[in-house]
Write a protein that binds this ligand. Structure first.
Ligand code: CDP
Ligand code: MG
Length: 202
């Protein structure tokens, strides 16, 4: 009965600041109440090597993150600390290694229609200063590119959420063994996806 679209999966990691600020329950609640299905979850301390591998699953990511961060500075009429996006990306990844391996995280896989996009929408934009109100990053934290760069550290924005279906598949394979992903029927899937809604009336 479940179709391919309903099986889209995404990786969410509650970063060390999310766990340390006792926001894990609040964050899980926000994803849970959408109707997405939790198919895997673990509490763990990532190794520096694993964090590096995680951010390099997309070979273009180094350049993209650098370009995005430079553009955010330019939008405010400010000069970014690097002109070269790849060099900026290398700086960011080295800071992310320290950030994500500093203390435990909660890694999860959520499944459902448009799981990647729905999770990104709820999570909010990368920089908490400009993340939309109502998103997790916008509501629960206050960091900015400027403050992170001035402190020579990564932006602390509570969550990692996969950017594309392709990245999600690679990231899930890095964080979870196949047997840790649990296939099961969630009762609410009938009301979310079933075309007929048969058998609900007494
Ligand atoms: O996490 P998201 O997909 O929104 O952003 P990204 O562009 O893939 O960057 C990954 C992570 O790098 C962010 O979540 C930040 O923690 C960090 N970052 C940073 O520390 N400094 C930047 N200028 C840009 C990103
Ligand atoms: Mg990303």
């Amino acid at each position: 009965m479940t179709q391919q679209k309903e099986k889209e999966r995404t990786l969410v990691v509650i970063k060390p600041d999310g766990v340390q600020r006792s926001l894990a329950g609040e964050i899980i609640k926000r994803y849970e109440r959408t109707g997405l299905k939790l198919v895997a979850m673990k509490f763990m301390l990532p190794t520096p090597e694993m964090v590096r591998q995680h951010y390099l699953v997309d070979p273009e990511w180094l350049r993209k993150v650098g370009e995005k961060s430079i553009a955010a500075y330019q939008k405010r009429g400010q000069q970014a600390p690097y002109d070269d996006p790849v060099e900026y990306g290398e700086f960011i990844v080295s800071k992310l290694v320290k950030y994500l391996s500093s203390s435990p995280v909660v890694a999860m896989v959520w499944q459902g229609n448009q799981a990647v996009g729905i999770v990104r929408k709820i999570t909010g934009g990368t920089e908490p200063l400009t993340s939309d109100v109502g998103t997790i990053r916008g509501d629960f934290t206050i960091d900015s590119y400027e403050l992170g760069d001035a402190g020579d550290r990564a932006i602390r924005n509570l969550i990692h959420a996969s950017g594309t279906i392709e990245d999600a598949e690679k990231e899930i394979a890095l964080w979870f063994k196949p047997e840790e992903l649990i296939g099961y029927r969630l009762i609410q899937e009938q009301i979310l996806y079933d075309v007929n809604l048969d058998g609900l009336k007494e």
